[in-house]
Design a protein around this ligand. Structure first.
Ligand SMILES: [Zn+2]
Length: 227
């Protein structure tokens, strides 16, 4: 079965691969653009990139309802345990773990990380997923950094990059990120949720096509692609 990705608005993605459903950064009930509510999604695994509300808001409720295993940095792992989440996989930057669907590496990100109740959320990260049929990199919330060249050296089938600007990379730096990562395909994330991060994704895609070798793919919230 091929791997599919569905954008659930903002920075939330649902990945179906190898018979498992992986949810990244669940922010649904309070997201203006999410196509589904938190009680309508399934998950076997939940990946959390950092502690901000727009990435963890629905993680606890979905984990408790579905019994999903939550993968995060050590500080968020401790916080989730205190919220009563039972199945957890702690990590830290640069480390990787083997899960039933593939290998998950927690990669560098340049961003901050505080949990909704003020608890320090450790370092923000991104995720590199090595699946049997594809390598997918989620930069998650970050500014541009040159080490993206190293992440891309594994040969990425898909990169998912923030383009919203203000809190993360904007469209200009996201084009530079595509040049460093050299993925086959690239999708934008973390934009058009609120006016503060409104961007023209189609204009960005036109630039990606003109300036890089990657194929840009833009979907609306709820849209799905197959790898
Ligand atoms: Zn964010």
């Amino acid at each position: 079965m091929p791997t599919t990705l569905r954008w659930l608005g903002h920075a939330c993605w649902s990945i179906e691969t190898g018979g498992k459903t992986i949810l990244l950064d669940p922010f649904l009930n309070d997201s203006p653009t999410a196509p589904v509510k938190a009680d309508a999604v399934e998950a076997d695994f939940i990946l959390i990139s950092h502690g901000h509300f727009d990435h963890v808001a629905d993680a606890v409720s979905i984990a408790k309802r579905t019994g999903a295993t939550v993968v995060s940095n050590y500080e968020i792992y401790e916080w989730l345990g205190k919220q009563g989440v039972e199945k957890l996989q702690p990590m830290n930057l640069g480390g990787a773990i083997e899960l039933p669907f593939g290998r998950v590496k927690l990669t560098l990100a340049h961003h901050s990380s505080v949990l909704p109740d003020g608890t320090p959320g450790g370092n923000a990260g991104g995720f590199l997923l090595t699946l049997p049929d594809a390598k997918i990199y989620f930069a998650c919330d970050t500014g541009l950094f040159y080490d993206m060249k190293l992440i891309g050296a594994v040969g990425l089938d898909l990169a998912v990059l923030p383009i919203g600007d203000r809190f993360t990379m904007g469209p200009d730096d996201a084009v530079e990120a595509v040049k460093l990562l050299a993925p086959k395909r690239v999708m934008p994330s973390h934009y058009n949720t609120w006016p503060l991060i409104n961007q023209d994704a189609e204009a960005w895609a036109t630039r990606v096509k003109a300036e890089t070798k990657a194929q840009p793919i833009v979907v609306e919230p709820g849209g799905t692609i197959t790898i």
